[in-house]
Design a protein around this ligand. Structure first.
Ligand code: CO
Length: 134
């Protein structure tokens, strides 16, 4: 069911510093920072030959990554995103097999303008999983 690895997301406290480290120390191609108030984060994308890294910095008072950064003050891997061909079919199959879909269970438009859903980390070995319509 799952296809390509779309991105790995890393939560950071200082996105400009993180972007600079990826650009200068690691020599990666790095996008500008984009505030996404509807998602409570600012994002930067690191373009790799085979996938992307998504840097996330909290934005606003109730950012969905604020608690994660309280638990992980140095930042850390927040989620991985797999592509699926049909997000509704994927959701229904996952639910039928007992996986917990977070939120309302209805896909939301994610940071890349495509429908996404998040799956409970306890069902996937401690890793928050995002699925995105390819
Ligand atoms: Co993501």
């Amino acid at each position: 069911m799952i296809g390509r690895l779309n991105h790995v997301a890393i939560a950071v406290r200082d996105i400009e510093k993180a972007a600079r480290t990826y650009r200068e120390t690691l020599g990666a191609e790095v996008s500008d920072a984009v505030p996404q108030p509807e998602h409570g984060v600012t994002t930067v994308f690191i373009m790799l030959p085979n996938t992307k890294i998504e840097l996330l910095e909290p934005l606003g008072a109730d950012s969905p990554i604020a608690k994660f950064l309280e638990r992980n003050p140095d930042g850390g891997m927040h989620h991985i995103c797999y592509e699926v061909d049909d997000i509704i079919a994927a959701r229904d199959k996952l639910k039928a097999q007992g996986a917990r879909v977070l939120g309302t269970g209805e896909p939301r438009i994610g940071a890349h303008g495509k429908p996404v859903l998040f799956l409970h980390p306890k069902d996937f070995f401690g890793t928050l999983v995002e699925i995105e319509q390819a």
